[in-house]
Design a protein around this ligand. Sequence first.
Ligand code: SF4
Length: 232
Amino acid sequence: MQGYIDSIETMGLVDGPGIRMVVFLKGCQLRCLYCHNPETWDYVHSKIMTSDEIADMVKNNMSYYKNGGVTFSGGEPLLQPKFLIECLKKIKQLGIHTALDTAGHGIGQYEEILDYTDLVILDIKGITNEGYKYVTGQNLDEFNKFIEVVKQKNKKLWIRQVVVPGINNTVEYMKDLKKYLKQFNNIEKVELLPYHLYGVEKYKKLGIPYRLDGVEPLNDEDMEPFYAILKD
Ligand code: SF4
């Protein structure tokens, strides 16, 4: 089974515990206003690899990954479910930890995907239909289907929320986010990611209008009051 890959990072340190191979899959149906990987949206310039090739890369670097693992990211990794399941199964057979870095907007087969996933790193794009649609262009229905399965299976979660001026950098939003997250029983970590401008040049190169032009970036210190609300 072949998959469409954007890139592979062999020494990832942030997308899950330990040293990880991070496989960035192509394709995404969302169009987040602040996306810094617009080159992953479609399948143009994909590197095509088989699940065996991915598993071989893991086998060849077992000394690194045995205490870390492999993370599938994107784009949206849920959009290639058959390939993803094959990869996850083969990696689990090697006894390696698996994680999924996802916005939860795929095309189904969530049960089987999560059967072979140890950790879900879940990107929250909005907690109301209106807010979600404003950021992504889509409604919450598919995301809600995914999180229902995450909850049923009681998967370990790392929550990620990008904080963007004019969209969600308010005390009210963080209080609402805190209430929203109470539906999950297995959250290990919540990360607030300050809005940055690293992706802006990519939009110019791709000839795609950047819709947050003029919005100022935030820094880690700006996140402190919001963390205080979430911890409280
Ligand atoms: S889900 Fe991720 S890859 Fe897709 S548009 Fe949003 S930020 Fe970009």
